[in-house]
Ligand binder design. Structure first.
Ligand SMILES: [Zn+2]
Length: 163
């Protein structure tokens, strides 16, 4: 494979976590929006992926990676001049499921990869990757997929343990 040019300074400044940057190197077509944003950073219409990177917890990283590998292969199979329109613009948890958006409608293969990730995320703990269950949680009733060990886990617990 052709060697990719170095990441732009905005990425090297550490705006994204290291595991995000590793994925940008591995899946340059799918994650082109992080490598070279289609709109300038810091504007209201900046794509969420360019702005915040991949917004999932550690338990879903493997699922995100597998899905990006499928997307990257399918994007690479498209005519060169069409590849940019299939770049990912958003990866996040929405109502407890992994939600991925492309700039334009994807091919059937791309949409299948995104759909599979959406389905699988409802059975995979977002904290640790163990088998989990999608349910409404906490006093405010937000949706999340968790295993039995992480039913009540919150990022604040993690911060407290590290301190
Ligand atoms: Zn868990």
């Amino acid at each position: 494979m052709r060697r990719q040019p170095p990441l732009p300074p905005a990425l090297r400044d550490g705006n994204y976590p290291r595991w995000n940057l590793e994925l940008v190197e591995r899946y340059p077509r799918a994650l082109a929006e992080m490598r070279s944003p289609s709109r300038p950073l810091g504007y209201v219409d900046t794509r969420p992926l360019a702005r915040w990177g991949i917004e999932v917890r550690a338990g879903w990283r493997g699922l995100v990676e597998r899905t990006l590998a499928r997307l990257e292969a399918e994007i690479a199979a498209q005519p060169l001049e069409q590849q940019a329109q299939f770049r990912v613009v958003d990866i996040k948890a929405k109502f407890g499921r992994l939600t991925i958006h492309l700039e334009a409608s994807g091919t059937a293969t791309m949409e299948a990869a995104i759909h599979d990730a959406f389905e699988e995320s409802a059975r995979l703990c977002e904290v640790c990757s163990a088998p989990g269950e999608l349910a409404e949680r906490g006093p405010t009733g937000w949706w999340s997929t968790r295993c039995r060990n992480h039913e009540d886990w919150s990022p604040h617990d993690e911060a407290a343990r590290l301190n």
